[in-house]
Design a protein around this ligand. Structure first.
Ligand code: BV8
Length: 233
């Protein structure tokens, strides 16, 4: 197999499922009888800010109570020991990659533990609730929203992500259904630039046919195995 000098890993909710954090499409995809796609939008926030703040306050508390699992820790080991280029692009808003030891992580859909002031545009690490309208530490206004990329909003860090996809020789997708763009299109972008593509997922996804290889099973088993393979080369 050709040398591996540059890896891009894309992760989705499935990598955090075994840490007890709910995925989007496993259950009925509803929250308080609202479709998540409706809650996770600027329109949903404008229509009912208290409902959307409650949704994210609850998930922020769940993120803080969750622990990284063997898959997050294996990617932390890869980050420490792989001497080539590595970028972990996550669609997840939890901080389990960081707590699992990974450093080269980009949160393309924002972060649960970050608050974004709509009055002065400052962003703050935030571990508590936002629903009660706390004052922004920078400007004092009660105008902070979750620092999350909602449907219809531009994902973060797209330029460094596209650069990494153009340069990588291996693209690995872990725990994502391939339902949401532009993340779901990354595999084609990497393949078009000559990268090999590998999917590690519990079940076949919407994008499985786009991968050179698909391994089905829980991330906590598949990811440590794959990291061992890469580091043994
Ligand atoms: C954009 C943050 C424009 C929120 C999320 C019409 C109008 C407007 C936009 C669109 C439109 N039609 C299409 C679009 C684009 C839209 C989109 O793709 N919609 C979909 C619904 C069709 N995308 C956007 O709006 C994006 N922005 O397009 O901007 C633009 C773009 C470029 C340039 C200019 C303008 C923004 C999308 C971001 C939305 N925010 N999250 C929050 O977290 O609350 S999306 C959310 O769902 C997640 O972040 C994630 O990205 C996404 C998909 O979820 P997954 O992570 O894949 O989780 P899922 O449950 O689906 O799957 C889990 C998988 O894990 C399963 O396959 C399962 O088998 C597996 N699994 C389960 N357990 C395990 C496991 N695998 C391994 N081990 C296990 N134990």
């Amino acid at each position: 197999m050709p040398d591996i000098n540059s890896i891009v890993v894309l992760t989705g909710a499935g990598i955090s499922a075994e840490s007890g954090l709910r995925t989007f499409r496993a259950e009925d995809g509803l929250w308080e009888d609202h479709p998540v796609e409706e809650v996770a939008t600027p329109e949903g926030f404008a229509r009912d800010p208290a409902l959307v703040q409650r949704f994210y306050d609850e998930r922020r508390a769940q993120v803080r109570a969750a622990q990284p699992n063997a898959a997050h820790e294996a990617l932390g080991r890869l980050d420490r020991e792989f001497t080539g280029e590595l970028l972990i692009v996550t669609q997840n808003i939890d901080d389990l990659h960081e707590r699992g030891g990974a450093k080269r992580v980009l949160h393309m859909h924002g972060e649960s533990l970050s608050a974004w002031c709509q009055s002065c545009n400052a962003r703050h690490r935030w571990e508590d609730t936002l629903g009660d309208g706390p004052p922004c530490p920078s400007c004092g206004e009660a105008a902070m929203r979750p620092d999350i990329v909602w449907f219809g909003e531009m994902p973060y860090e797209m330029e460094p992500i596209f650069d990494a996809l153009s340069a990588c020789d291996l693209f690995v997708s872990i725990g994502t259904s391939g339902a949401v763009y532009p993340a779901a299109g990354f595999v084609q972008q990497a393949a078009a630039n000559g990268a090999r593509t590998l999917e590690l997922n519990l079940e076949e996804s919407l994008g499985s046919r786009n991968f050179d290889e698909s391994r089905l099973g829980p991330a906590s088993t598949l990811v440590p195995q794959w990291v061992d393979e890469v580091l043994a080369r």
